[in-house]
Ligand binder design. Structure first.
Ligand code: ATP
Ligand code: MG
Length: 271
């Protein structure tokens, strides 16, 4: 059996002044709304367990506020868990301290954001090469690599442009190239295509699939659109109010929605 590349065990996250104090309530299954109304803490995630396999596109879905970003941000520890373990490539990253964590991130994980998050005063090429610069790769080498990835995402010749001279779709291609340029084999994409208009978005989905068929990265992809999830995902996990309500292949979820919440997404796809 293939070992998972990401393994999440009993992960819970509570936001607020004293998360530990309310954890017993969370373990007992208190509803998110009650926790907020009566105990002034926000339930981000409760007891999440999942395995992500190397080379798959794993999609995380759910309505706004269901905990998608909170979950993916644990994978590179932009957020610290209240409880639980986060195993990436055999390392429990909750145990890593400053320098080691930084190095681990740089080596193994890269992130593509919804709002592109490009550096405005750097050229396209220097944006793409940014991760390598942090890794102290020398300039000719990183420019060569950046040019390669620029071409891979279909933007050859745009080296010297600045982000504000590009369309949204082009900026997101730069964001993708930047993430691919570091050679990290785990790609975290939080609603990376959600800000794009439908045609460009479909193009980006196709391009990602095409790249992925060659690169075989492990991609964690967040969306609130089941169409996109079905198109891209090898497997899909569905979050509701911080709880994992179902996971499985797109086919499985379309045919066996676990509850009304999942059913509502499925109805939208059938439409
Ligand atoms: N820093 C924070 N402080 C307090 N509460 C937070 C914080 N970050 C997230 N939350 C809460 O955790 C819950 C999950 O938020 P999260 O951003 O993960 O949702 P999401 O599924 O990504 O939503 P969206 O689709 O709108 O991006 C929400 O109820 C939110 O209010
Ligand atoms: Mg989010």
């Amino acid at each position: 059996m293939t070992e998972p590349i990401i393994r999440i065990k009993h992960l819970s996250k509570v936001f607020g002044k004293q998360p530990q104090k309310v954890m017993p309530l969370v373990r007992q299954g208190i509803h998110k709304d009650t926790l907020l109304a009566e105990h002034e803490h926000a339930l981000g995630l409760r007891d999440i367990n999942l395995d992500i396999l190397p080379g798959e596109i794993f999609v995380i879905m759910g309505l706004s506020g269901s905990g998608k970003s909170t979950l993916i941000r644990h994978f590179n520890r932009l957020i610290d868990p209240t409880e639980g373990e986060i195993w990436i490539k055999g390392t429990d990253i909750t145990q890593l301290k400053n320098k080691a964590l930084e190095q681990f991130r740089q080596q193994h994980l890269s992130m593509v954001f919804q709002r592109f998050a490009l550096l405005p005063h750097r050229t396209v090429l220097d944006n793409i090469a940014y991760g390598l610069e942090i890794q102290k790769v020398d300039k000719p080498k990183r420019r060569e690599k950046a040019r390669y990835w620029l071409k891979q995402v279909g933007l050859e010749g745009y080296d010297a442009q600045y982000p504000n001279q590009l369309s949204g779709g082009q900026q997101q291609r730069v964001g993708l190239a930047r993430a691919l340029c570091t050679d990290a084999d785990i790609l975290l994409m939080d609603e990376a295509f959600s800000a794009l208009d439908p045609l460009i978005r479909a193009e980006m989905q196709d391009q990602l699939k095409q790249l992925q068929s060659r690169l075989r990265k492990t991609i964690v992809f967040i969306t609130h659109d089941l169409d996109e999830a079905v198109k891209l995902g090898d497997r899909i996990a569905i979050l509701k109010d911080g709880i994992l309500v179902q996971q499985g292949t797109p086919e499985h979820i379309l045919h066996n929605p676990a509850d009304e919440y999942v059913e509502a997404f499925v109805q939208n796809v059938r439409r």
